[in-house]
Design a protein around this ligand. Structure first.
Ligand code: GLU
Length: 493
């Protein structure tokens, strides 16, 4: 293990697309591990593929990280003592290391053409050679001659010379335990391509060592790359870091999570209205648990309690229903003022409702609205539909409510009685309104259902709404009474 007193971990996304759920979960684990151990969380952008990496994607990733609240201690836009933090700005460093390995005889130039490589593979297959990798053809070229040919411009790659007596490569993984990779399958792999660009397995090692990374925590789709990276560490005379390969995330059908299962990028989830803290909580539970039962684990708890030994090696299942449930729990746990500030105001403003007027909106009004909507809100944008009836003088009564509530015999009597009972109220509060309406069904000889459906349809325009008394308090006395009168015109006697 590296000797840094505190762990240094990194999240190393390639900016070839948006930040996806799998990457975000890896980021959460790295961040939480750094925070819980007093370590350092590094963000490194792996943009060695110029065709697929864009500055715009990098921004999208940084934005998603910020939305999730995963602050990084070193990396783009914050700097740090181990930069630069973009691989595209570190090419001279990779070159230096490749040159060193060439000079030490631990790497060599290879001039084999793609056609020759294919022919060699074909021949190995035909003779059923257990070793199907690179046949090490160019190992035997005299290094000085190879260097001269390379310098003269002959197309070539650089390959790592895997020591012939190396034997199987054992990777000790914190999550998977000891994993052995057959030496026969590890050929002399390319570390620098014909165009001079270094390969992933090389850059990662160059950077993880230069950045003094102590723990590599990443998706287990990278486990198969790890033996090659161990060989690069060995060639460079460096101690590898500790590895923790986290389990894959599947959809409910057991297949690797993908577009087929719905939204995959963090931004899509954000746009659907998920709360970032609930989302981080949910990501953390994909393969990790606090104690096997607690489901609400705040960012603060993660930052204190996260540990690698509670990561499972089994694939995690992404369950949108559970995420939704968790999101609703977070909304319910908010204080009324927080809910008003974080959910109601932004959502209703975005929907153009907050400015619609007709609302005497003071802090108490917002708090009451928060109180009645919180238990009904699964996703932040739900509040728009739930509270639309409050904005505007009158309300449009939907078809179903007209037919089922106002079309019923006795509807007009219910509306008239309600109006008469509410008119004298001085304090137009939910409790007073409920108390004034309560005796009316009996007095009218009506079922509660018929009575309240008529009032609800008149006030809210539909058959389902938040509690009636509180809704009418929010509407205010003037509008509540006007709506009763307006409905009366539509109601059956
Ligand atoms: N850039 C790699 C990826 O996005 C991550 C490599 C690593 O974590 O070692 O998959």
């Amino acid at each position: 293990m590296a000797t840094t007193p505190h762990p240094r971990v990194r999240f190393a996304p390639s900016p070839t697309g948006k930040l996806h759920v799998g990457g975000a979960r890896t980021a959460v684990f790295n961040w939480a591990f750094a925070r819980a151990t007093g370590g350092v969380f590094v963000l490194r952008i792996e943009d060695t593929d110029p065709e697929r990496s864009t500055a715009e994607n990098e921004q999208v990733i940084l934005r998603a990280m910020r939305w999730l609240g995963l602050d990084w201690d070193e990396g783009p836009e914050v700097g740090g003592g181990y930069g630069p933090y973009r691989q595209s700005e570190r090419f001279d460093r990779y070159d230096e290391l490749v040159e060193r390995l060439l000079a030490e005889g631990k790497a060599y130039y290879c001039f084999c053409t793609p056609e020759q490589l294919e022919a060699d593979r074909e021949a190995a297959r035909a003779r059923k050679d257990p070793f199907q990798g690179y046949q090490r053809t160019c190992r035997s070229i005299d290094p000085a001659e190879a260097k001269a040919r390379a310098e003269a411009g002959e197309p070539c790659v650089v390959r790592l010379k895997v020591p012939e007596d190396r034997g199987d490569v054992l990777v000790h993984d914190i999550i998977h335990g000891d994993v052995t990779f057959n030496a026969a399958e590890l050929d002399d792999f390319v570390i620098r391509r014909t165009d001079g660009s270094p390969t992933y397995n090389f850059c990662v090692v160059a950077d993880d060592s230069a950045m003094a990374i102590t723990h590599v925590i990443r998706g287990d789709d990278h486990l198969s790359n790890t033996p090659r990276q161990v060989l690069v560490y060995e060639a460079l005379g460096l101690e590898p870091p500790l590895f923790a390969h986290v389990p894959m995330i599947c959809g409910p059908d057991g297949k690797k999570l993908s577009k087929r299962h719905g939204a995959t990028s963090v931004e899509e989830w954000r746009d659907e209205g998920y709360d970032p803290e609930a989302f981080v909580n949910y990501l953390a539970l994909l393969g990790w648990s606090l104690d096997g039962e607690t489901t609400m684990v705040s960012r603060a708890t993660l930052a204190k309690e996260f540990s690698l030994d509670r990561i499972s090696k089994n694939p995690a299942v992404f369950d949108t229903k559970k995420l939704q449930w968790l999101n609703a729990e977070y909304l319910k746990a908010m204080g009324d003022e927080e809910f008003a500030r974080e959910v109601l105001e932004p959502q209703l403003t975005a929907a153009g409702l907050a400015e619609a007027g007709c609302v005497d909106a003071n802090p108490a009004w917002w708090s009451l609205l928060a109180e009645i909507l919180k238990p009904r809100t699964k996703l932040a944008p739900d509040v728009v539909g739930l509270s639309r009836f409050l904005f505007g003088e009158g309300v449009e009564i939907d078809e179903k409510a007209r037919a089922k509530a106002l079309g019923k015999e006795g509807a007009a009597a219910a509306l008239e009685a309600a109006e008469a009972a509410l008119l004298p109220l001085e304090r137009f509060t939910g409790d007073e309104i409920d108390a004034a309406l309560e005796p009316l069904p009996d007095e009218l000889g009506q079922s509660k259902r018929v009575f309240y459906q008529a009032i609800r349809a008149a006030e809210t325009g539909s058959l389902a709404s938040p509690p009636l008394g509180a809704s009418m308090e929010l509407l205010g006395k003037g509008r509540s009474l006007k709506r009763l009168e307006a409905a009366l015109e539509l109601a059956s006697a």
